[in-house]
Design a protein around this ligand. Structure first.
Ligand code: FMN
Length: 290
């Protein structure tokens, strides 16, 4: 499929990785990441986060639950160890930003602003510790505050990545755009739980986890469709994309680009396979943007 322009940045095709599912050391063993439109890296916080106790993964019908807890080595390690290699290879890089308070998001944004990362993606599914741990992304006021605060610390484009665990996704998307978001990505995982029949207790040590994979795709398509009809900024659609035809469906729903997540945990080369399959879908069904 032809390339796209997003915020004046050229992507050779509309496919990126979903945050948390691209590993800078492991993924290139299975495919050449330069073949993707962009690489979205996993959430980085101002200081290293240890993540949640084990077990933190559980299988579900047509999906999986994860409660990794955004384990990451912190923004300084990201800037020193991960970003340079990706940028040296000429890739478009989207850095996913995590925080537990608005100031934590801003601290990461300030540091990334001084690098050659191309785009910042705010993960507003993180718990807002000053507001009792409720995710930023479930409250339009909190989404507005974190977006406008982050915008003050960078001239780089900011994408706000929405949580689907809300009643009215359009209201949240509009709050992000009103605060200056340059783009929207959606959806993050849906909160779920599995219980062990022997112990009667949740399988995940954290209790709940985020549901991803094909099980969530119809919800993601519906939300991308609703948001695309309500705001006028580019959208990166994701949630259960396993094939090029799935990706094509997101473009029909109004996404400018798509991200591949859980599929790459099953078939590590899925992102590049999906680029090829998307080209075939475009030949078969025509240009999705017409
Ligand atoms: C293991 C794992 C780690 C993830 N880490 C992040 C993350 O760091 N930041 C983020 O915004 N989303 C994260 N996500 C959510 C994905 O980027 C994506 O939004 C979600 O999984 C839906 O897409 P999928 O069904 O294709 O996986 C993670 C998902 C998984 C499965």
């Amino acid at each position: 499929m032809n390339g796209i322009e997003m915020f004046g940045i050229h992507w050779k095709n509309p496919v990126t990785t979903a945050a948390g599912t691209f590993n800078a050391k492991e993924s290139p063993k299975y495919y050449n990441p330069e073949l993707l439109g962009a690489i979205t890296t996993k959430g980085v916080s101002p200081i290293p986060w240890r993540g949640n106790p084990l077990p933190r993964i559980a299988e579900t019908p047509s999906g999986m639950l994860n409660a990794v807890g955004l384990e990451n080595p912190g923004v300084d390690a990201y800037i020193e160890q991960e970003l340079p290699e990706l940028k040296q290879r000429g890739m478009v890089v989207i850095a996913n930003v995590a925080g537990h308070e608005i100031e934590e998001y801003c601290a990461v944004v300030r540091k990334l602003d001084k690098t050659d990362v191309d785009i910042l993606e705010l993960n507003v599914s993180c718990p807002n510790l000053k507001e009792g741990g409720l995710a930023f992304g479930v409250d339009p006021k909190a989404v507005h505050l974190v977006t406008s605060a982050a915008k003050q610390h960078t001239k780089k484009p900011i994408i706000v990545k929405l949580s689907p665990n809300v009643t009215n996704i359009v209201e949240i998307a509009k709050a992000a755009v009103a605060a200056g978001a340059d783009g929207i990505s959606l959806i993050n995982t849906l909160v779920g739980m599995r219980i062990d029949l022997n112990t009667g207790k949740p399988i995940l040590a954290n209790g709940t986890g985020g549901l991803s994979g094909p099980a969530i795709r119809p919800i993601a398509i519906r939300m991308v469709y609703e948001v695309a009809h309500a705001v006028d900024v580019p959208i990166i659609g994701m949630g259960g994309i396993m094939t090029g035809e799935d990706a094509y469906e997101f473009l029909l729903a109004g996404a400018t680009a798509v991200a591949v997540g859980t599929a790459a945990l099953i078939d590590p080369a899925a992102p590049v396979r999906i680029v090829q399959e998307l080209e075939e879908a475009v030949r078969k069904y025509g240009d999705p943007r017409k």
